[in-house]
Design a protein around this ligand. Sequence first.
Ligand code: AP5
Ligand code: MG
Length: 216
Amino acid sequence: MLTFIVLLGPPGVGKGTQAKIVAERTGLPHVSSGDLFRENIKNKTKLGQLAQSYMNNGELVPDDVTIAMVRERLAQQDCAKGALLDGFPRTPTQAEALGNLLASFSGRVNYVPYITASEEILVSRLSGRWTCREQGHVFHEKFNPPKQAGICDHDGSELYQRDDDKSDTVKRRIQVYLEQTAPLITYYRERGILFEIDGTQSIEQVTAALLAVVEK
Ligand code: AP5
Ligand code: MG
């Protein structure tokens, strides 16, 4: 059976953290548009250059290039049974494009777990976040510290602080989320596939709530 899960929620709420765990548990590939952009930046591609100028300012990368990038990723063999989408879609146009793409091979978005937390919590999570260079695993210096400072527990690569985790950029990212992405809450609620999850709980509790939704 095809299963597509869209993780929805504001910057810093824990989408990436949960996606890594749930992907392992369900066997679905973790498809993160932010990670795909960061990979392009690392590899100095044209797309990476374009994306960086938007990301550093906390703005969304234009829909057309974002949709094309995710479409290409979903066409890869490991997505034949579905995918766990993190950070995509982020606008109504992207949501429509995803729906049409999945419909073209008789798929659809099955579940949209919507993770919530207050702005204060988001800011404190992003200001202490450390991200792994190799595969985007995330840690927090207080809430989820790595065993060894500066080194990823999972693949041994270096941990770094994302450029867009500076406080001004974080504020702008949250504002952009409220303006451009929050309309998707109603969009998916109207389709009966939105499941709200309290993101202020511990990482383990959020995982349990997510698995209860997707393993139904
Ligand atoms: P993206 O990389 O998707 O960033 P984001 O949505 O802003 O989300 P984050 O990755 O910051 O947060 P998260 O929810 O994954 O939280 P995390 O698990 O790391 O996008 C970056 C940029 O790329 C965008 O601004 C845009 O420019 C561009 N872009 C991407 N997709 C796009 C699209 N579709 N269209 C257009 N542009 C796009 O957790 C955060 C911290 O909290 C970590 O330190 C973690 O350890 C900690 N933590 C997590 N859960 C808990 C918990 N339960 N308790 C305590 N601490 C926790
Ligand atoms: Mg993330």
